[in-house]
Unconditional design. Structure first.
Length: 307
């Protein structure tokens, strides 16, 4: 067996020039296809990577640059901004332009429940952070602990929110919350019903009284008799104004018919008509009564077409 055919087991046929050209063309085509596949796979991996950590073209000279929060929401205060910055880096050295600066800051912010879909971009002038911010809807207190929940029932650690009106949700077992539950969804029907009503009032405020939101006068929403678990004949949900005025809402949203109450839209109409006519729902302060009962069926014109 010669060196030429030592790996060929069987008769060897000499290829013609045409067959050699065809084989070479086939090999070249196959190589091109594999090259394109490799490029697309690599590009796909890059896009997956860059979806979370994005780096711009920069000169990595390890200088310290400030952190910039893109589209920081107007409702959030300086305390939340400082919390995000301090979580991103413990010291100014953490904001140096290094090869892995974006990844380190992104990993630090990933533990913060207030943010989701975090993206970090490094430029020659700043470390830019973009994210979606979770807006607190309700406040839960229990002795020396307090937490927020957002519209998706995600538990948020407490940070002062300044002038932003956040209603306290009472009558739920706050002791079930611990620091371990921060960032997780709190699966409770009473909390979900409270958050749904608070979100409804927030939408009504934005459409009817955006300059003077009714929610600013609401201190708490009491869920202790939710679904009549204490006294079935008493209102299941009660709001309390900041002066102590009771606002009897009744059954949770969508359950008015089962309890022969006013429709949800009638309750909203009476509540906002009262607020607009009197300029307040704090009736004790206005010396006009001590409670507002929204549960009784009425025929009222709606302040808006939808709720």
């Amino acid at each position: 067996m010669t060196k030429k055919n030592k790996f060929w087991f069987g008769p060897q046929k000499e290829l013609t020039k045409t067959e050699k050209k065809q084989r070479f063309a086939a090999i070249r085509t196959t190589a091109i296809i594999f090259a394109f596949i490799a490029i697309f796979v690599a590009a796909g991996l890059c896009f997956i990577f860059l979806d979370r950590y994005v780096k711009g073209n920069l000169d990595l000279n390890e200088k310290t640059v400030p952190i910039q929060l893109v589209d920081f929401p107007g409702w959030a205060g300086t305390e939340l901004k400082q919390k995000i910055i301090s979580t991103a880096g413990k010291s100014p050295d953490d904001f140096r332009l290094t090869e892995d600066a974006a990844m380190k800051i992104g990993e630090n912010l990933a533990i913060l429940a207030w943010l989701c879909d975090v993206k970090v971009q490094v430029s020659s002038k700043a470390i830019i952070v973009s994210a979606k911010y979770r807006k607190p809807v309700g406040l839960i207190k229990d002795h020396d602990q307090q937490f927020y929940v957002d519209s998706e029932l995600i538990v948020l650690d407490y940070v002062p929110m300044g002038k932003m009106p956040i209603v306290e949700i009472t009558g739920v077992p706050g002791h079930l919350l611990t620091w371990r539950t921060v960032g997780t969804k709190w699966q409770r029907d009473d909390v979900a019903a409270a958050v749904e009503l608070l979100a409804l009032l927030e939408r009504m405020d934005s459409e009817i009284v955006p300059n003077k939101p009714l929610l600013a006068e609401i201190k708490s929403i009491d869920m202790s008799n939710f679904d009549g678990r204490r006294i079935a004949s008493q209102p299941h949900i009660v709001f309390y104004a900041r002066d102590g005025t009771e606002i009897k809402w009744g059954a949770k949203k969508g359950q008015w018919q089962r309890h022969l109450e006013a429709k949800d839209e009638e309750k909203l109409t009476l509540l906002y008509n009262t607020y607009q006519e009197l300029g307040t729902v704090q009736l004790r302060a206005a010396q006009k009564g001590s409670f507002i009962d929204l549960t009784q069926p009425q025929t009222l014109s709606l302040p808006i077409d939808r709720y």
